[in-house]
Structures are given as structure tokens and as C-alpha cells.
Design a protein around this ligand. Structure first.
Ligand SMILES: C[S@@+](CC[C@H](N)C(=O)[O-])C[C@H]1O[C@@H](n2cnc3c(N)ncnc32)[C@H](O)[C@@H]1O
Length: 222
């Protein structure tokens, strides 16, 4: 396998130990699930993608590589798939897609969600919408990380209904270790919401929350 990206490693490290089934949803090449197969020796992995040619290729790749035979591959639109299953604990990984689709997938999975189930989200757009929906649906935060890779920032969240911490709109743990990456990301978010507020004053509270954080972290912003 080629060099694993920081983002994929961070996602796979968040998968709870001992989880029965890990779902790599919208899997594409299946890099996340493949990493989970080699790092979580007790978990089965189910790959799902809507594109038939991707599934055919993935089947061949997995068959011809030294990947443990603990997986299943499904060709389906994730938001239409019936996730009902008999496993004790599932970890649903929803990564590399937009917030809107991830919300539809979340709502589909929620129909058969069990007490011990977790989600890992790493969406590339609409973080705020996703966080707000998770809060509204009563999800709690187990862990979250900010990953910077090739000048792109990823918020990675592990959530469940029974985790101990509140989810916040701008993130909490991601700012605890405050280094250069966090400072750049925070400035980016402030700039983005300053621009957005010019047309949509409804975003002023989120801008204020980021500005307050900048003040606490002694970050100078214009
Ligand atoms: C950018 S890749 C993400 C791959 C991987 N999850 C990651 O984070 O690296 C997006 C994948 O989502 C798949 N996809 C998009 N919409 C989907 C849907 N509604 N249901 C299932 N798969 C979908 C695409 O076919 C593509 O393979």
C-alpha cells in the first residue's frame, strides 16, 4: 500500500478498539478501510460506494493483496442502503464527502442505530451544518482532531449518543494543542466568516465565537 496520509491514519486511529464492524462509507479506493483492517485485528470492515467500477476495482485490489479476509464490499448509494444489522457495535466512517450528503447518510443510519455505535466524520465542506445537526440530534463528542495536510484542514470527529462531552459549533479539543496549524486554520475561519457576514448577518454569532477564541489564544486578527 502507498504511504498512508495523516488524515487516513488519524481516522483509523479513532476507531474504537474491539468494535465489531467498521463501515468505510463512500470508500473510493478503500484506503481507510484497508488501514482499519490492518490496525484493528478484531474488526470486520464493510466498504460501500455508489460507483460500480470503483467496487469492481476494489474487489480485485483486495483479492490480490495481503489484506485479511474480514471484509465485505457493497455497491450502493449510502443514503439509500438499509444499515440494519445484528452486530453489537458499529463504527460508521463518513469521510471525504460534503456535509449535505453526510447528513443524509447520518439520517439513514440513524434509523437502525444501536447504543454502542459510533460515527467518525471527516467532511470536506459544511462542518458547521454537520456539527449543528449532531448537536440537535443529541450526539456527544468522544474525540476530535484537526489534521493539516497539503495546506488543507480536516476536522475529524468521533461521536456517539453515549460519549461524555458536548459537541460545540467551532470545536473544542481541536484547539487544545494550539500550534501553527491551529493558528492558520483559526485565521482562515475568521476570514471566511467575516466575508460571509457581509451578505449574511446570521453568521455573526459563529464569527464572534471564533474571534473570542482568537482573543483567548492571543492570536492577532484584522
Ligand atoms: C473523495 S472520495 C472519498 C474517499 C474516502 N472516503 C476518503 O475520505 O478518502 C468520495 C467517494 O464517495 C463516493 N460517493 C459519492 N456519493 C456517494 C453516495 N451517495 N453513496 C455512496 N458513495 C458515494 C464516490 O463514488 C467516491 O468514491
Amino acid at each position: 500500500m502507498s504511504k498512508i496520509s495523516k488524515r487516513i491514519l488519524a481516522i483509523s486511529n479513532l476507531v474504537p478498539q474491539g468494535c465489531d464492524v467498521v463501515w468505510d462509507i463512500c470508500c473510493d479506493h478503500g484506503l481507510i478501510g484497508r488501514e482499519v483492517l490492518s490496525s484493528r485485528l478484531k474488526s470486520k470492515v464493510i466498504f460501500i460506494d455508489q460507483v460500480h467500477s470503483i467496487i469492481v476495482k476494489l474487489k480485485l485490489t483486495l483479492k490480490t493483496s495481503y489484506i485479511p479476509d474480514r471484509y465485505k464490499i457493497i455497491n450502493s448509494k449510502a443514503e439509500q442502503f438499509d444499515f440494519q444489522n445484528k452486530h453489537q457495535s458499529n463504527c460508521y466512517i463518513v469521510a471525504g464527502i460534503g456535509g449535505e450528503l453526510s447528513l443524509l447518510i447520518l439520517e439513514q443510519i440513524e434509523k437502525s442505530l444501536k447504543e454502542n455505535d459510533n460515527f467518525i466524520f471527516s467532511v470536506h465542506k459544511n462542518h458547521l451544518k454537520l456539527r449543528e445537526l449532531l448537536i440537535q440530534k443529541g450526539f456527544k463528542l468522544a474525540s476530535e482532531r484537526l489534521i493539516a495536510e497539503n495546506n488543507i484542514f480536516y476536522e475529524v470527529l468521533l461521536v456517539s449518543k453515549s460519549a461524555p462531552n458536548e459537541i460545540t459549533r467551532i470545536g473544542s479539543f481541536i484547539w487544545d494543542e494550539f500550534g501553527d496549524d491551529e493558528e492558520i486554520y483559526l485565521k482562515q475561519q475568521i476570514k471566511y466568516y467575516q466575508k460571509k457576514c457581509r451578505y449574511n448577518p446570521g453568521s455573526s454569532d459563529i464569527l464572534q465565537a471564533y474571534q473570542e477564541l482568537a482573543k483567548n489564544k492571543q492570536v492577532f486578527t484584522s
